[in-house]
Ligand binder design. Structure first.
Ligand SMILES: *Cc1c(COP(=O)(O)O)cnc(C)c1O
Length: 230
Protein backbone atom coordinates (compact mmCIF):
# COMPACT_ATOMS: atom_id res chain seq x y z
CA UNK A 1 0.00 0.00 0.00
CA UNK A 2 1.40 3.43 -0.86
CA UNK A 3 1.77 6.07 1.84
CA UNK A 4 -1.07 8.35 0.68
CA UNK A 5 -3.44 5.39 0.75
CA UNK A 6 -2.22 4.61 4.25
CA UNK A 7 -2.57 8.17 5.56
CA UNK A 8 -6.04 8.50 4.03
CA UNK A 9 -7.12 5.22 5.63
CA UNK A 10 -5.87 6.50 8.99
CA UNK A 11 -7.72 9.79 8.65
CA UNK A 12 -10.93 8.01 7.65
CA UNK A 13 -10.52 5.69 10.63
CA UNK A 14 -10.05 8.70 12.90
CA UNK A 15 -13.22 10.31 11.53
CA UNK A 16 -15.14 7.06 12.06
CA UNK A 17 -13.88 6.74 15.64
CA UNK A 18 -14.77 10.37 16.40
CA UNK A 19 -18.26 9.82 14.95
CA UNK A 20 -18.81 6.68 17.04
CA UNK A 21 -17.60 8.47 20.13
CA UNK A 22 -20.02 11.34 19.44
CA UNK A 23 -22.82 8.87 18.55
CA UNK A 24 -23.00 10.29 15.07
CA UNK A 25 -23.51 8.54 11.73
CA UNK A 26 -20.10 8.15 9.99
CA UNK A 27 -21.67 9.40 6.77
CA UNK A 28 -22.47 12.73 8.41
CA UNK A 29 -18.85 13.96 8.13
CA UNK A 30 -17.14 14.56 4.81
CA UNK A 31 -13.40 14.62 4.28
CA UNK A 32 -12.01 17.55 2.29
CA UNK A 33 -8.38 16.93 1.27
CA UNK A 34 -6.48 20.21 1.64
CA UNK A 35 -3.78 20.08 -1.02
CA UNK A 36 -2.23 23.57 -1.01
CA UNK A 37 1.53 23.57 -1.79
CA UNK A 38 1.42 19.90 -2.86
CA UNK A 39 2.14 19.08 -6.51
CA UNK A 40 -0.50 17.86 -8.95
CA UNK A 41 1.03 14.38 -8.93
CA UNK A 42 0.21 14.05 -5.22
CA UNK A 43 -3.39 15.03 -5.86
CA UNK A 44 -3.59 12.49 -8.67
CA UNK A 45 -2.24 9.82 -6.37
CA UNK A 46 -4.70 10.81 -3.64
CA UNK A 47 -7.53 10.74 -6.19
CA UNK A 48 -6.60 7.17 -7.02
CA UNK A 49 -7.25 6.20 -3.40
CA UNK A 50 -10.87 7.33 -3.87
CA UNK A 51 -10.68 10.98 -2.70
CA UNK A 52 -12.81 13.37 -4.81
CA UNK A 53 -13.07 16.64 -2.85
CA UNK A 54 -9.90 18.79 -2.74
CA UNK A 55 -9.41 22.17 -1.07
CA UNK A 56 -7.02 24.85 -2.32
CA UNK A 57 -6.08 28.25 -0.83
CA UNK A 58 -4.23 30.06 -3.60
CA UNK A 59 -6.04 30.85 -6.82
CA UNK A 60 -3.21 30.66 -9.35
CA UNK A 61 -1.88 27.45 -7.85
CA UNK A 62 -5.37 25.96 -7.99
CA UNK A 63 -5.92 27.00 -11.62
CA UNK A 64 -2.63 25.38 -12.62
CA UNK A 65 -3.65 22.13 -10.91
CA UNK A 66 -7.09 22.19 -12.53
CA UNK A 67 -5.39 22.39 -15.87
CA UNK A 68 -3.04 19.47 -15.29
CA UNK A 69 -5.74 17.35 -13.61
CA UNK A 70 -8.51 18.16 -16.09
CA UNK A 71 -9.03 14.46 -16.86
CA UNK A 72 -10.10 13.75 -13.25
CA UNK A 73 -13.56 14.24 -11.78
CA UNK A 74 -12.41 16.40 -8.86
CA UNK A 75 -14.77 18.54 -6.75
CA UNK A 76 -12.74 21.74 -6.20
CA UNK A 77 -13.22 23.77 -3.01
CA UNK A 78 -11.67 27.19 -2.49
CA UNK A 79 -10.85 27.60 1.21
CA UNK A 80 -8.54 30.63 1.07
CA UNK A 81 -9.22 34.29 1.62
CA UNK A 82 -11.51 35.62 -1.10
CA UNK A 83 -10.26 38.81 -2.73
CA UNK A 84 -12.86 40.99 -4.32
CA UNK A 85 -11.02 41.25 -7.65
CA UNK A 86 -10.56 37.45 -7.94
CA UNK A 87 -14.17 36.35 -7.73
CA UNK A 88 -14.62 35.65 -11.44
CA UNK A 89 -12.28 32.66 -11.53
CA UNK A 90 -13.73 31.36 -8.29
CA UNK A 91 -17.25 31.62 -9.66
CA UNK A 92 -16.38 29.86 -12.89
CA UNK A 93 -13.98 27.13 -11.80
CA UNK A 94 -14.90 25.93 -8.33
CA UNK A 95 -17.76 23.84 -6.95
CA UNK A 96 -17.49 25.37 -3.47
CA UNK A 97 -16.17 28.60 -1.92
CA UNK A 98 -15.80 28.48 1.89
CA UNK A 99 -14.39 31.90 2.68
CA UNK A 100 -17.30 34.25 1.92
CA UNK A 101 -17.65 36.89 4.61
CA UNK A 102 -19.31 39.91 2.95
CA UNK A 103 -22.45 40.45 0.91
CA UNK A 104 -20.55 42.13 -1.95
CA UNK A 105 -18.39 39.03 -2.43
CA UNK A 106 -21.47 36.78 -2.54
CA UNK A 107 -23.18 39.11 -5.02
CA UNK A 108 -20.17 39.09 -7.30
CA UNK A 109 -19.90 35.30 -7.16
CA UNK A 110 -23.60 34.94 -7.98
CA UNK A 111 -23.39 37.39 -10.88
CA UNK A 112 -20.27 35.72 -12.27
CA UNK A 113 -21.50 32.12 -12.00
CA UNK A 114 -22.48 30.97 -15.49
CA UNK A 115 -26.22 30.38 -15.82
CA UNK A 116 -25.62 26.92 -17.32
CA UNK A 117 -23.55 25.79 -14.32
CA UNK A 118 -24.92 24.24 -11.14
CA UNK A 119 -25.26 26.85 -8.37
CA UNK A 120 -21.99 27.61 -6.59
CA UNK A 121 -21.91 26.13 -3.07
CA UNK A 122 -21.03 28.72 -0.45
CA UNK A 123 -20.06 28.71 3.21
CA UNK A 124 -20.07 31.90 5.23
CA UNK A 125 -16.81 32.35 7.11
CA UNK A 126 -17.31 33.52 10.69
CA UNK A 127 -14.71 34.89 13.05
CA UNK A 128 -16.17 32.78 15.83
CA UNK A 129 -13.56 33.41 18.53
CA UNK A 130 -12.90 37.13 18.08
CA UNK A 131 -9.47 36.79 16.50
CA UNK A 132 -7.64 39.88 15.31
CA UNK A 133 -7.45 38.57 11.74
CA UNK A 134 -9.69 40.43 9.33
CA UNK A 135 -11.08 37.21 7.82
CA UNK A 136 -14.63 36.19 8.61
CA UNK A 137 -17.73 38.17 9.49
CA UNK A 138 -18.74 38.77 13.09
CA UNK A 139 -21.19 36.30 14.69
CA UNK A 140 -23.81 39.03 15.07
CA UNK A 141 -23.73 39.71 11.31
CA UNK A 142 -24.49 36.12 10.32
CA UNK A 143 -28.30 36.17 10.50
CA UNK A 144 -28.61 39.15 8.16
CA UNK A 145 -26.02 37.75 5.74
CA UNK A 146 -27.82 34.39 5.62
CA UNK A 147 -31.06 36.16 4.84
CA UNK A 148 -29.56 38.17 1.99
CA UNK A 149 -27.12 35.65 0.50
CA UNK A 150 -29.65 32.80 0.48
CA UNK A 151 -31.74 34.83 -1.97
CA UNK A 152 -29.00 35.17 -4.60
CA UNK A 153 -29.87 33.16 -7.70
CA UNK A 154 -26.67 31.36 -8.71
CA UNK A 155 -25.52 30.37 -5.23
CA UNK A 156 -26.45 27.61 -2.82
CA UNK A 157 -25.71 28.78 0.70
CA UNK A 158 -24.71 25.57 2.50
CA UNK A 159 -23.54 26.70 5.93
CA UNK A 160 -20.71 28.13 7.99
CA UNK A 161 -16.93 27.80 7.95
CA UNK A 162 -14.74 28.59 10.95
CA UNK A 163 -11.00 28.45 11.69
CA UNK A 164 -10.73 28.95 15.46
CA UNK A 165 -7.40 29.39 17.21
CA UNK A 166 -5.92 26.07 18.44
CA UNK A 167 -7.06 24.47 21.70
CA UNK A 168 -10.36 26.26 21.89
CA UNK A 169 -13.10 23.59 21.63
CA UNK A 170 -15.65 26.11 22.93
CA UNK A 171 -15.36 27.87 19.56
CA UNK A 172 -16.67 24.72 17.83
CA UNK A 173 -19.70 24.59 20.14
CA UNK A 174 -20.33 28.29 19.54
CA UNK A 175 -20.19 27.70 15.78
CA UNK A 176 -22.63 24.78 16.06
CA UNK A 177 -25.08 26.88 18.09
CA UNK A 178 -24.87 29.74 15.60
CA UNK A 179 -25.33 27.28 12.72
CA UNK A 180 -28.57 25.99 14.29
CA UNK A 181 -29.86 29.42 15.29
CA UNK A 182 -29.65 31.18 11.93
CA UNK A 183 -31.28 28.43 9.86
CA UNK A 184 -34.64 30.18 10.20
CA UNK A 185 -33.26 33.17 8.25
CA UNK A 186 -32.47 31.03 5.20
CA UNK A 187 -34.67 31.43 2.12
CA UNK A 188 -34.10 27.72 1.34
CA UNK A 189 -33.46 26.07 4.71
CA UNK A 190 -33.12 22.61 3.12
CA UNK A 191 -29.79 23.79 1.61
CA UNK A 192 -28.37 24.60 5.05
CA UNK A 193 -26.45 21.39 5.83
CA UNK A 194 -22.73 22.16 6.18
CA UNK A 195 -20.59 23.10 9.14
CA UNK A 196 -17.03 23.27 7.79
CA UNK A 197 -14.68 23.02 10.77
CA UNK A 198 -11.82 20.90 12.04
CA UNK A 199 -8.32 20.39 10.63
CA UNK A 200 -5.55 17.80 11.17
CA UNK A 201 -4.95 18.85 14.76
CA UNK A 202 -8.50 19.28 16.01
CA UNK A 203 -10.85 17.15 13.92
CA UNK A 204 -11.97 15.03 16.90
CA UNK A 205 -13.15 18.07 18.85
CA UNK A 206 -14.78 19.54 15.75
CA UNK A 207 -16.68 16.32 15.03
CA UNK A 208 -17.76 16.04 18.66
CA UNK A 209 -19.24 19.54 18.36
CA UNK A 210 -21.09 18.83 15.09
CA UNK A 211 -18.74 19.42 12.15
CA UNK A 212 -20.02 17.99 8.86
CA UNK A 213 -16.85 18.67 6.86
CA UNK A 214 -13.29 18.43 8.12
CA UNK A 215 -10.57 20.15 6.08
CA UNK A 216 -7.46 18.00 6.41
CA UNK A 217 -4.05 18.72 4.89
CA UNK A 218 -1.06 17.68 6.99
CA UNK A 219 -2.52 14.37 8.21
CA UNK A 220 -3.13 13.33 4.59
CA UNK A 221 -0.17 14.75 2.65
CA UNK A 222 2.47 15.37 5.34
CA UNK A 223 4.01 18.70 6.31
CA UNK A 224 3.87 21.56 3.80
CA UNK A 225 7.00 23.07 2.28
CA UNK A 226 6.12 26.67 1.47
CA UNK A 227 9.49 27.33 -0.18
CA UNK A 228 8.41 25.21 -3.16
CA UNK A 229 5.06 26.89 -3.58
CA UNK A 230 4.07 27.77 -7.13
C1 LIG B 1 -4.34 24.77 5.33
C2 LIG B 1 -5.75 24.74 5.80
C3 LIG B 1 -6.31 23.58 6.35
C4 LIG B 1 -5.56 22.29 6.59
O1 LIG B 1 -4.75 22.39 7.72
P1 LIG B 1 -3.93 21.12 8.30
O2 LIG B 1 -3.57 21.54 9.67
O3 LIG B 1 -2.76 20.92 7.41
O4 LIG B 1 -4.87 19.96 8.27
C5 LIG B 1 -7.66 23.62 6.69
N1 LIG B 1 -8.40 24.74 6.51
C6 LIG B 1 -7.89 25.86 6.00
C7 LIG B 1 -8.76 27.06 5.83
C8 LIG B 1 -6.54 25.91 5.64
O5 LIG B 1 -6.04 27.05 5.15
Amino acid sequence: MNSLQQSRNQVIQQIEDACKHARRNVESVQLLAVSKTHPSESLREMYQTGQRAFGENYLQEALDKMESLGDLDIEWHFIGHVQRNKTKHLAEKFAWVHGVDRLIIAERLSNQREANQAPLNICLQVNIDAQDSKDGCQPNEVAELVKRISQLPHLKLRGLMVIPAPNNPQAFSDAKALFENVKTEHAHPEDWDTLSMGMSGDMNEAIAAGSTMVRVGTALFGARDYSKQA
